[in-house]
Ligand binder design. Structure first.
Ligand SMILES: [Zn+2]
Length: 453
């Protein structure tokens, strides 16, 4: 049943793709591009494969080997540069890019937020080497569709659509004098769905999937950047989280949770949640329980916005209140500890910056370098969390995967041709990814967006 549905969906998606031939080069007679003389980071290995060639056909990789011969291919001589997969940011909020962040809808309408989001997708992400992003709360369903159809320039976008949040939870962005639920502007435009019990979870999940979400995000614990929820509260009930997993499973996809504490992680692990955001206050017992699940679940780390930004009361965003800053300090302390435990027990890890607004948006890649400079992860591990591992998690959208044909985040045959060339070796010096002059070439879906070689 699922495979029939999947086939039908991929046929429908193929039809959509063929409407956008000017952008997508997916067909059998596609042109070939051959990268010669490059050192390859494949998204997983700790070492580079030296002096390697990579052959692209249309929008995907067909061969990775030494001395490839392809007489009809356009040759790009890498000159000993490092070739990596395009970067993947697994935790963004495209519709909160305005200067006011999650408070933006008190000042701007959805059109303004969409315009800022489109600009961020192009300038802060694609043109800096982030070729795929996962929007994990916010109604970017339309933007994701526009990019997929080649009508908006940006990274591939996977979106949760509106987040499911109980009244007063991390996704309740209404004012402190609201008297009825669902009346604030953000909820009206489905930035969030305010849930109260199982039935409302089912209704919100189905609406979200109907309109183009690729997975579900639930607020399953308190938050930092919100007004009404102490960090320690559980927010969504066990029954509500289970209902979200039930509907997501029917659609062949998965649930991600926002949560910080043992109690909220434990509840979500038992309910069948797969993607665990934040978790900066969890104990070693919970980390061990996560490790046992191997690659059935992933921990999603926001290094910069926990360790760096929340390390110090005075360095926090100006739009935060005093109470929000106090919560931030608690998170900053716990994050280093959680990061060390996750590495020690070999939990399957991905990374996403959670960095948006004109202040933080252009700095998204500092989340990757933070993993090495501030918590001591090896550079290959830091990169793997934003390439190979991230690509595996994106495929958990399964039936709802908007890019179902090939793999993402890796350099091997049958992966999408999302490729970066670096002047230098990021495994030796991870900070070079912050220097745009060292990013020599950006290719997404077989199309070159930047070339300064
Ligand atoms: Zn977030």
């Amino acid at each position: 049943m699922r495979s029939q549905l999947k086939l039908a969906l991929s046929l429908a998606q193929t039809a959509l793709l063929s409407c956008a031939v000017s952008v997508s080069a997916q067909d059998d007679t596609a042109t070939q591009t051959l990268f010669k003389n490059v050192n390859v980071f494949d998204g997983f290995a700790d070492e580079l494969a030296m002096n390697t060639d990579v052959l692209i056909e249309g929008n995907h990789i067909v061969e990775v080997a030494k001395n490839i011969s392809a007489p009809d291919a356009t040759v790009i001589d890498g000159g000993g540069r490092t070739l990596t997969p395009g970067l993947i940011d697994m935790h963004t909020h495209v519709t909160f890019e305005t200067t006011a962040g999650t408070n933006g809808f008190n000042e701007y309408d959805f059109g303004g937020a969409g315009a800022m989001g489109a600009q961020a997708l192009r300038d802060n992400m694609l043109m800096r080497g982030i070729t795929t992003a996962r929007d994990i709360a916010g109604n970017s369903r339309g933007m994701a569709r526009l990019i997929q159809r080649g009508q908006l320039v940006g990274p591939r976008l996977y979106t949760s659509g509106g987040v499911l949040s109980p009244t007063g939870g991390h996704g309740d962005w209404g004012g402190p004098t609201d008297t009825k639920r669902n009346l604030d502007y953000g909820a009206m435009v489905e930035q969030s769905f305010i849930i109260e019990g199982r039935e409302s979870v089912i209704e919100a999940s189905r609406r979200n999937f109907r309109n183009g979400a690729h997975f579900t995000k639930v607020m399953a614990g308190g938050g930092v950047a919100s007004l009404y929820d102490p960090l320690e509260i559980l927010s969504a009930t066990q029954d509500e989280v289970e209902a979200a997993v039930e509907i997501a499973s029917e659609y062949g996809t998965y649930v991600a949770v926002h949560a910080y504490t043992d109690a909220s992680y434990n509840r979500s692990l038992d309910a069948g949640v797969r993607s665990f955001e934040h978790g900066f206050l969890v104990s070693e017992d919970i980390v061990k329980k996560m490790a046992k699940k191997k690659q059935d679940i992933a921990w999603s780390f926001q290094c910069f916005m926990s360790v760096a930004t929340f390390g110090d009361y005075d360095s926090m965003p100006g739009f935060f209140t005093h109470e929000q800053k106090l919560k931030g300090v608690a998170v900053g302390k716990g994050a280093k500890n959680a990061a060390a435990l996750m590495l020690k027990h070999d939990v399957f890890m991905i990374g996403g910056s959670d960095m948006f607004t004109p202040t933080f948006g252009p700095r998204m890649k500092e989340d990757i370098t933070c993993r090495t400079s501030m918590v001591g992860y090896p550079a290959a591990q830091a990169l793997k969390m934003s390439t190979g591992n991230a690509g595996i998690v994106l495929k958990w959208s399964d039936v709802l995967d908007p890019y179902p044909t090939y793999e993402l985040g890796t350099i091997r045959p049958n992966a999408y041709a999302d490729i970066l060339l670096w002047d230098g070796n990021p495994l030796d010096n991870i900070d070079l990814i912050l220097d745009e002059s060292k990013l020599s070439l950006i290719m997404k879906d077989g199309v070159i967006y930047k070339d300064i070689m």
